[in-house]
Design a protein around this ligand. Structure first.
Ligand SMILES: [Zn+2]
Ligand SMILES: [Zn+2]
Length: 406
């Protein structure tokens, strides 16, 4: 089982998508073509999920909202709650397909049939309980968290690295005991507008909503600093039963919607780190969702990096694990060393060399300074609410050496 990745892929993914950027609708087909070209399809078990049932949707959405989506589908036109997300004939089933695939991942994982499942059409994190917007209608992440809780996997961590704040997930889970981490571009105005450090959850969720807001033009180094300084500590302290990784890749510098300056190296790092964290704390249980990403070429390359990492087809990057520590002598120097290692040719053996960016974006110094101050604030003000470090040995264990073989 280990080494294999299950791909939950609904045939409706080959058709129309939710965003008005029509070119992005082809990202699923393009990604699968690239998986095949790279030989990754041999390591993928593709499963065709059923559409989500109404009782599954009601885990996060009231019946009147679900009925409204169905009605707008029948009308075949008109906006949902904001002009960016509109109805068309078939949109109801397309939205159910996205949720159905994440729920199939939940079933496989709770029944012990899989540990890594990727739903490229999931991660609809802007969907609120009663509001569809931001190309998102039903929030599969929140539905999955509630469903996992019901199945006895009470501690679920969502790591949302999409370039936009996971506002819908935050709203639905704000008083839930799940850990919700969102790293995103933020300035108070950039869509969706929310996602400040101060939004920390309430009730059972107090201290478990962890926003990592980043200014526009944040580059790879500053991004890595933020992730490494905060996320492993929070995940270890919370110790989830399952990790949901919302692997939106619109923070890539070539993406048309988000103004972060991330590259393929960043996504390789994130895939390695989240995969290793899943094996360290959650018995490998990792559900990955595709979320945002609007340039099919970028999306295909990032998702290939993800699959190649989860299946062990890309080689380990020596010493990267031990560098995922809070106590490295200099944060900046460590991030630079990791990025250098991830950019070297030997980290990308054939046929994977084609995935690397031609040009690596640089960080804006002002943005990097703001990120530094934000990291400091989160470590001192937010993590202590509920997510303090539980031990000093912060090295992430590598996945594959410790795994049982097939
Ligand atoms: Zn996004
Ligand atoms: Zn694994």
């Amino acid at each position: 089982m280990s080494g294999d990745v299950f791909l939950a892929y609904h045939p409706l993914y080959d058709g129309r998508g939710f965003s008005p950027l029509t070119r992005s609708w082809g990202r699923y087909r393009e990604a699968r073509a690239l998986f095949a070209k790279l030989g990754l399809d041999r390591w993928i078990t593709t499963i065709e999920p059923p559409l989500a049932r109404i009782d599954e949707l009601t885990l996060a959405h009231p019946p009147h909202f679900i009925e409204r989506v169905r009605r707008l589908d029948a009308m075949g036109t008109g906006p949902f709650d904001t002009p960016d997300t509109v109805a068309w004939p078939g949109v109801f089933d397309r939205a159910r397909a996205a949720v159905g695939a994440t729920m199939e991942a939940v079933r496989r994982i709770t029944q012990g049939e899989a540990i890594h499942v990727f739903n490229p059409g999931g991660g609809l994190h802007h969907a609120f309980a009663e509001r569809a917007r931001g190309f998102c209608i039903f929030n599969d992440l929140a539905i999955a968290v509630r469903s996992l809780s019901q199945a006895g996997f009470e501690k679920v961590a969502v790591i949302d690295i999409d370039g936009h704040h996971g506002d819908g997930t935050q709203e639905i889970l704000y008083d839930h005991g799940a850990l919700h981490i969102s790293m995103h571009q933020y300035d108070g105005r950039f869509f969706p507008g929310s996602g400040s450090v101060d939004e920390t959850g309430w009730g059972a969720g107090h201290g478990l909503n962890l926003n990592i807001p980043l200014p526009r033009h944040t580059g790879e180094e500053a991004y890595l600093d933020a992730f490494r300084s905060i996320v492993p500590t929070a995940i270890r302290a919370y110790s989830p039963d399952v990790i949901l990784l919302n692997f939106g890749v619109d923070g890539h510098h070539d993406d048309p919607l988000v103004k972060l300056r991330l590259g393929i190296r960043t996504y390789r790092f994130l895939a390695i780190a989240c995969h290793e964290l899943a094996h360290e704390v959650a018995n490998g249980r990792l559900i990955v969702t595709g979320s945002g990403g609007y340039d099919p070429d970028v999306v295909s390359r990032c998702w290939s990096v993800l699959i190649a990492t989860l299946t062990g087809q890309l080689p380990d990057v020596p010493a990267l694990s031990t560098r995922l520590t809070l106590d490295a002598p200099s944060r900046e120097a460590t991030s630079r060393a990791i990025l250098d290692a991830l950019g070297r040719d030997d980290a990308w053996p054939q046929p994977f060399g084609c995935l690397l960016d031609r040009q690596v974006p640089t960080s804006d110094p002002k943005a990097a300074a703001i990120v530094g101050a934000t990291i400091h604030r989160i470590i001192n003000e937010v993590l202590p609410l509920r997510l303090t470090r539980h031990d000093a040995s912060n090295a992430i264990r590598p996945c594959f050496p410790g795994l049982p073989s097939n």
